[in-house]
Design a protein around this ligand. Sequence first.
Ligand SMILES: [Mg+2]
Ligand SMILES: [Zn+2]
Length: 240
Amino acid sequence: MPAQLKPAAFLDRDGVINSYVYNPEFGTVDSPSHPDQFELKPGAAKAIAMLNRLGLPVIVVSNQPGVAKRKFSVELLQSMTEKMHAEIEAGGGKLDAVYYCLHHPQAAVAEYRRQCYCRKPQPGLLFEAARDFGIDLGRSYMIGDAITDIAAGNRAATRTILVSGRKCYLCEELERRQLRPDFVVESLVRAAELVRALEQGDCVDNGLACAPEELAGDGPLAAGFYSCLPYVKSELAEML
Ligand SMILES: [Mg+2]
Ligand SMILES: [Zn+2]
């Protein structure tokens, strides 16, 4: 008998698990390029612990072209990954695996210069993880803060959860591309609560109506917004 496939939670890294880094010199935000810049977002470890308790493998799928662009070394990326594991574990959570795409089509480092199938929006990292862990993609969740995350989730046929500020800057562009995330939430904490509600059947299947009290959860959650309803334009308009 074939092993039972299980659902997983796929997490983007930058902007979901850890904060972006503001560069005052250029007025830009970017992925951290050094472990000292790597800071978990508030509640991230707790959210991952919540996903762990649901029995879902928690798997990071992240584009990290910084090595290819000579922004940082493989060793520094490794150190950042170790810090991520350590801080999440210190907060009671555990990542089951981390998959990075190191490629970039215009990489400065020749070894990483390619059009690959693993750089999101391509779904390669999700497929690779699905093979390694025996994952049922259709029952899984892709949680990310970028258009490419939603696109990769769509291509792998997972459910998709966009992590976005209350003002959804990406929603209009997503709409234009007809890339509708199944859900929009304001943080990884909210995403984990939503997944818990879905996995435990607290959301009614036909309308996915969630009781806000059920999702409020415990812990230091600021009053936020989330949508248990499939993302539709009318709701989008309210958020904008
Ligand atoms: Mg991101
Ligand atoms: Zn790649």
